[in-house]
Design a protein around this ligand. Structure first.
Ligand code: ADP
Ligand code: MG
Length: 261
């Protein structure tokens, strides 16, 4: 059985069917890309999976446990993680202190002022930082890091509680192509090492085709295609959605952002 089973999942805002009854599965150890033009319903799908938005209909099962109706915190406890941007208030903390905060949150310890974060779980936090290649910068304030390094720390925070499924909505937004590739290569390695499932959105088709194990394509709230990157590249409906009917545009050669298409 699949780790995640999404069935007939739907959400409307007023008259707009943001997500219109979608079905897909996700396996442990799989890096699944969710692509689609602006407004296709990608973020709404993510937010139904993490509990921030309550689905109008349908089902989301993680290992046979129904997640629809659960609060975000409950869903997180069941092993569905997501990447967060490091809040401004935490950017004055060092890299390792941010990881330690995440570990504390995992154990549901209340942060107490008589016991500084620095005394918690330093070894475990260092281990996480090693996994994302940030150990050497452990004691720098997050505010002093390069943008792509902040993204690595955010990834370490997201995996601190060992999610079985990690949700990444536009993880590489604002990054240069080389950095996008590095972050996705790192994500791919974590997927394999941890047998973790990842669902991600990404605008660069080069990155998607290079790293996704499988892809699902949304357009106007509907799932119009799913399959291996190779199948998606050549899928007529996908080409139509991105490049308009009749064009013989080759997705393979495209380096365009989905938003520009
Ligand atoms: P994507 O992430 O693929 O760009 P979204 O899931 O953000 O798409 O949006 C899907 C559709 O739902 C769009 O038409 C958008 O305008 C609409 N929508 C999303 N969130 C809301 C909301 N909170 N209120 C009203 N409409 C929304
Ligand atoms: Mg979005």
């Amino acid at each position: 059985m699949s780790l995640l089973q999404v069935r007939a999942l739907g959400k409307s805002f007023g008259g707009v069917k943001a997500v219109d009854g979608i079905d897909f599965d996700l396996q442990a150890g799989e890096l699944l890309a969710l692509i689609g033009p602006n407004g296709a319903g990608k973020s709404t799908t993510f937010n139904m999976l993490n509990g921030q938005i309550r689905a109008d209909r349908g089902s989301v099962k993680l290992d046979a446990t129904e997640l629809v109706g659960m609060r975000p915190r409950q869903i997180w406890r069941h092993g569905v993680g997501r990447t967060f941007q490091i809040a401004e208030t935490f950017s004055s903390l060092t890299v390792i202190e941010n990881i330690q905060m995440a570990l504390i949150s995992h154990r549901e310890k209340i942060f107490t002022f008589w016991k500084a974060a620095a005394s918690y779980d330093r070894a475990e936090a260092m281990h996480l930082l090693e996994q994302v290649g940030m150990a050497a910068q452990a004691d720098r304030p997050c505010a002093s890091l390069a943008y792509s390094d902040v993204k690595r720390v955010e990834l370490a925070i997201a995996i601190a509680n060992h999610p079985r499924l990690l949700l990444m909505d536009e993880p590489t937004a604002g990054m240069a192509p080389k950095e996008r590739n590095d972050l996705m290569a790192l994500t791919k390695r974590l997927v394999v090492e941890r047998n973790m499932a990842v669902l991600f959105t990404e605008h660069s088709m080069d990155v998607v085709f290079a790293y996704a194990d499988r892809m699902i394509v949304l357009a106007r709230g509907r799932l119009i295609a799913q399959g291996q990157p190779e199948e998606i590249r050549n899928h007529p409906l996908v080409q139509e959605v991105y490049f308009g009917t009749g064009k013989t545009f080759n997705l393979r050669k495209s380096t365009e952002s989905m938003h520009d298409a």
